[in-house]
Design a protein around this ligand. Structure first.
Ligand code: 57M
Length: 359
């Protein structure tokens, strides 16, 4: 919005020229979202407490979590507010990728919010049924996929990190692939969100890496030089990523150990879906497995644990899944697990950046 209000005045006030630049607007979006979180979170957390929107802790989890009973949850609503407001403030509003991104993020946020609310208000309820959740997730991803397919010349080729000449065309199967990426990413972040700062930290890192990749993908010259797919209009996705990074950084301020607030499914499902959709739009889908390696690892640990549990008739590979519980059960302090997972996430982010040159 600021772009339309201020850039036309650059003839009168030369400094306003900066609103043309995606880099400037992405930084503006990040700072705006960060400040919104920083200032709105304290009264919002107080409001959640007043409304008794507190976490119900499962009795079969690590004992160190019992003291978290009643910590305000659904803080993800703030992330959604900050991302939406900041994105609308800083993007070029005629970019359809941005609307698709906001649509997916809010849709998944809606699913999560409904689930959270049911879990909290009916304390013994597990929220939405697993099937119900997946149904609405697939529906949201399918609508987004259809919107993407309606973009003229939408590219259905896959690009692989490190392999510039391997670009298989999935054709109409791409739709199914996109569904898997978005739904998978959403649930992977949801499973990861089980320790203070464990989902918000890696989201800041993954979002920052995708911010850079989006900028490059939307720049014809740089995309061609780096031999990555050029996606016209993808530069504005960098502004959305900026808002996501800023919002999660601001959220981390309050979610850092010992957390004053949890994001709830409203946050984790929407963040994951947003990252998956960014990856699809800028044609760096496979790269998400590296950038979001922590989320992938957590999801895999659950698949392996549940699979082995069923096959072996009750045996386990990990002390407890998702993976972060395994380390807690081994006696690691929560902040140690979280910071080490952040370190891995940073290293994976660097590996992802290396793919720009090693191809
Ligand atoms: C949600 N949610 C946290 C909070 C957060 C199939 C199965 C593996 C599914 C899995 C599951 O339900 N995962 C998804 C994980 C919960 O956090 C809430 O949920 C939101 C995210 N969706 O925002 O609102 C708890 O996590 C802790 N937490 C923090 N800090 C945070 O910033 O400490 C969350 C955010 C919170 C809080 O304690 O209450 C969760 O873990 O429930 N199920 C599991 O993860 C369970 N694993 C399991 O059953 N494993 C078995 C199976 C696979 C065979 C095994 O390994 O033996 C564990 N979850 C819990 N207790 N809480 C088991 C024990």
């Amino acid at each position: 919005m600021l772009y339309y209000l201020l850039y036309p005045l650059h003839g009168l006030i030369p400094g306003l020229n900066v609103f043309r630049y995606i880099t400037f607007r992405a930084i503006g979006a990040a700072l705006t979202a960060f400040l919104i979180l920083l200032y709105v979170a304290p009264p919002f957390i107080a409001f959640l407490k007043r409304m008794q929107i507190g976490q119900v802790i499962r009795s079969d989890g690590p004992a160190s979590h019992f003291s978290k009973q009643g910590v305000p949850t659904m803080g993800g609503l703030l992330i959604l507010l900050a991302v939406t407001f900041s994105t609308l403030l800083w993007v070029e509003l005629d970019n359809r990728y941005v609307w698709i991104l906001l649509g997916v993020t809010l849709w998944y946020g809606g699913i999560g919010a409904y689930d959270d609310y049911r879990k909290i208000k009916k304390k013994n309820s597990a929220g939405l049924s697993g099937r119900g959740k997946i149904f609405f997730q697939v529906m949201g991803a399918a609508i987004a996929g259809a919107a993407l397919f309606s973009v003229p010349y939408f590219d259905t080729h896959l690009s692989f990190p490190f392999l510039k000449n391997v670009r298989p065309d999935l054709g109409s199967w791409y739709m199914l692939f996109a569904l898997l990426v978005v739904v998978g990413a959403s649930n992977a972040v949801n499973l990861t969100d089980g320790l203070d700062g464990l989902a918000s930290g890696p989201t800041v890192i993954s979002g920052s890496v995708y911010l850079l990749f989006s900028y490059l993908a939307g720049h014809a010259g740089l995309a061609s030089y780096l031999q990555i797919p050029y996606v016209q209009g993808a530069g504005e996705v960098a502004v959305f990523c900026g808002a996501l990074v800023g919002a999660c950084l601001g959220f981390l301020w309050y979610n850092a150990f010992p957390a004053q607030v949890f994001m709830g499914d409203v946050g984790s499902l929407s963040i994951g879906a947003a990252l998956g959709t960014v990856a699809i739009i800028i044609k760096q889908e496979i790269l998400l497995a590296i950038v979001g390696g922590i989320f992938v690892m957590e999801a895999l640990s659950v698949i392996i644990q549940v699979g082995y549990f069923k096959i072996s008739g009750g045996k386990r590979v990990f002390l407890m899944a998702p993976f972060h519980h395994h380390f807690e059960k081994k006696g690691w302090q929560e902040p140690k697990v979280v910071v080490r997972f952040w370190i891995i996430s940073i290293v994976l982010g660097l590996v992802a950046l290396a793919t720009l040159k090693l191809r």
